[in-house]
Design a protein around this ligand. Structure first.
Ligand code: ZN
Length: 244
């Protein structure tokens, strides 16, 4: 299963040579719509992703999709694996993989424990609200997020979820304030950076992600419903404007 369409999942997954690949139906649409651009953008942003990018055989396409929820019987007494969509969040089509019997949750990039968020394709308001509420209501005892530490025990699991929500809520507050008073994107970036850097600045990829994060949230406040496609060229423009 691919938790969402981002290149770090969709490209590397081809190495498994899987016969059955499951995604949310929106993820399938996103791969079709912007997979090639995301690939070019991602390799330019993070050349260390692959030593030999040309050896990647191509985008990984799902063989099955679903809209809401699907289950896989794991056989024996292992119970089932539940794949579930809780609404728009880190992207338009994130799913989690949930083992209800073992109470272990693989949250994809919807939850990051002790790592900064990438929100360049996100729906910040939905993610911070109903989507994380749904993830939290599963009541996991162990959570493996898309990046960062594994959370063990309800307290750590809830802390990881609330840390993710906290990052989003600070962004929404800061970017919303600058946008509301007619400020500039650069001012929104500086205000958000100042508000987050003490708590999150030492975590992986904070400086790397924040320009793209603020840019997408700015668009959201400007009424741009769906994330604009990232291309290598647009990446450079945003980076030079905000972080250069
Ligand atoms: Zn992602």
């Amino acid at each position: 299963m691919l938790s969402h369409y981002h290149a770090v999942r969709v490209l590397g997954a081809s190495a498994f040579d899987a016969e059955i690949i499951l995604t949310h139906e929106k993820t399938h649409e996103l791969i079709r719509e912007r997979g090639e651009e995301d690939w070019a953008s991602e390799f330019a942003r993070m050349p260390r992703l692959a030593k030999d990018a040309d050896s990647v055989p191509g985008l990984t396409w799902p063989t099955q999709t679903f809209a809401d929820r699907t289950t896989i019987d794991l056989g024996g007494d292992r119970g089932e694996l539940v794949l579930q969509y809780f609404g728009r969040g880190h992207t338009e089509g994130d799913i989690v993989a949930w083992l209800p019997k073992q109470r272990i949750l693989f949250a994809g990039d919807l939850v990051e424990a002790q790592a900064a968020l990438y929100t360049g394709d996100a729906f910040h308001h939905d993610w911070s609200g109903a989507t994380l509420d749904g993830v939290k209501a599963l009541g996991a005892e162990m959570l493996v997020g898309g990046r960062g530490a594994v959370s063990r025990g309800r307290e750590e699991v809830d802390a990881a979820i609330e840390q993710t929500r906290g990052f989003l809520d600070v962004m929404i507050r800061e970017v919303g304030a600058v946008h509301g008073r007619g400020g500039t994107l650069k001012e929104a970036f500086e205000a958000t950076h100042a508000a987050l850097v003490d708590d999150y600045g030492h975590w992986p990829i904070f400086e790397h992600c924040l320009p793209f994060d603020v840019s997408r949230l700015w668009d959201e406040f400007s009424g741009i419903e769906r994330p604009v496609i990232w291309t290598a060229e647009r990446d450079r423009e945003v980076w030079d404007q905000l972080q250069g």
